[in-house]
Design a binder for this molecule. Structure first.
Ligand code: NAD
Length: 366
């Protein structure tokens, strides 16, 4: 297994491999970049088929967090951790405690949050041995309602704000009344996005592999039920993929009828060149790692103790960042995902440059 020459390595600052035979813990923590602050990112537990697969996943996800936090203008770096194992069979309090002890050893360079395969109660177990976990404290949400630490409501609001910015840019309208939107996946984020859109007067189509989730959206919000095959290809204004990644691919892009893509799911583009393929079809894509940053913003303020108003104002900045990306894309002809990557790099490299200049100044003063 290669590390420094791994195709996804991308100059990671720090990688740690944790092993605790007594509890069966095998974990990797990847810290991509801390120029803007400590690396914050989810701790994923998944039955990876190989160590190689786990390493690839953690490197890719960790790098993604650097870009997401920089674009959300947060004083945070990018990192992620993975625990190799089946969360339904191999997760135990002892294993989570062992993970907590290891995280403590990193001294706060990396802060773990909930991810697939881990939950708020799991992170609370890790927190018995470290303060470097986030998303576990009850606080006031962006809407002034009590929050148990689940960032999904804030993520959904951020996607709603970003969707409005995309619709304004592409369709020239601020009023969402009668706007046709198809949502793939009405879980924690998708259902709340549907609620915001319903309140704004949009007409909704939904599909979810879980019948009860779909029926809730149909029953409570008057959404039309769509099928697995149709949901992304309906003649609507906007598609909002809120279930899984890689849905923008060679097969789907030629068949899309919507002119705006604005959804919460991570890694929507199956390959980087699908960014261009979407643009070639004259479809506006709101990059996933920009529009779904509400969750990380929520977690950041939970740690720093921000007010509901501060969280809300910060989340609303997602719309402004997207508008800037759309304008840059129009004027340069470069697709939106690529523009977003460049903008993020400007932000975290500028910060790294400033830190370097400051340390040189201090060294000169000694
Ligand atoms: P969730 O598990 O609560 O909801 C996902 C929904 O999608 C579920 O209802 C599930 O039944 C459905 N689903 C799964 N496969 C499907 C398929 N093939 N077709 C249609 N529906 C399908 O997850 P969530 O927290 O709502 O997150 C949704 C997406 O947004 C995920 O990709 C997640 O990584 C991303 N995301 C979430 C957050 C957050 O704060 N929750 C933050 C950033 C990104």
């Amino acid at each position: 297994m290669t590390v420094f020459s791994h195709p996804e390595f991308d100059n990671h600052e720090h990688l740690s491999f944790f092993c605790d035979p007594e509890t069966g813990l095998k974990a990797i923590v990847a810290i991509h970049n801390t120029s803007r602050g400590p690396a914050l990112g989810g701790c994923r537990m998944f039955p990876y088929a190989s160590d190689e697969e786990a390493l690839r996943d953690v490197l890719r996800l960790s790098r993604g967090m650097t870009y997401k936090s920089a674009l959300a203008n947060l004083d945070l770096g990018g990192g992620k951790s993975v625990i190799i194992g089946d969360p339904r069979k191999q997760k135990s309090e002892a294993l989570l405690e062992a993970m907590g002890k290891h995280l403590e050893g990193l001294g706060g360079q990396y802060i773990a949050a909930e991810d697939s395969g881990t939950s708020v109660p799991d992170l609370k177990v890790m927190a018995r041995h470290t303060k470097h976990v986030a998303g576990i404290v009850e606080h006031m949400g962006f809407d002034g309602q009590p929050s148990n630490g689940d960032p999904s409501p804030t993520t959904a609001y951020g996607v709603f704000v970003g969707l409005k910015a995309a619709v304004k840019h592409k369709l020239g309208r601020e009023d969402l009344a009668g706007l046709k939107v198809a949502i793939q996946g009405v879980g924690n984020v998708g259902f709340r996005l549907a609620q915001h859109l319903k309140e704004a007067g949009a007409e909704l189509w939904v599909y979810d592999i879980h019948q009860e989730n779909m029926q809730r959206a149909v029953g409570e919000l008057g959404a039309h039920a769509a099928s697995a095959e149709d949901i992304l290809f309906l003649p609507v204004d906007v598609i909002a993929p809120c279930a899984m990644g890689a849905v923008l691919n060679d097969d789907s892009i030629p068949r899309l009828k919507a002119t705006v893509i604005a959804g919460a799911a991570n890694n929507l583009l199956q390959r980087p060149d699908h960014d261009q393929a979407v643009k070639d079809r004259n479809i506006l894509y709101a990059p996933d790692f920009v529009i779904n940053a509400g969750g990380i913003i929520d977690v950041f303020y939970e740690r720093t103790g921000g007010t509901s108003e501060e969280v809300r104002a910060h989340v609303e900045g997602i719309g402004r960042t997207l508008s800037e990306i759309f304008k840059r894309s129009d004027s340069s002809g470069i697709p939106t995902g690529t523009v977003a990557n460049t903008l993020a790099e400007e932000r975290f490299r500028k910060r790294a440059g400033a830190a370097q200049a400051q340390s040189e100044q201090l060294a000169g003063a000694e």
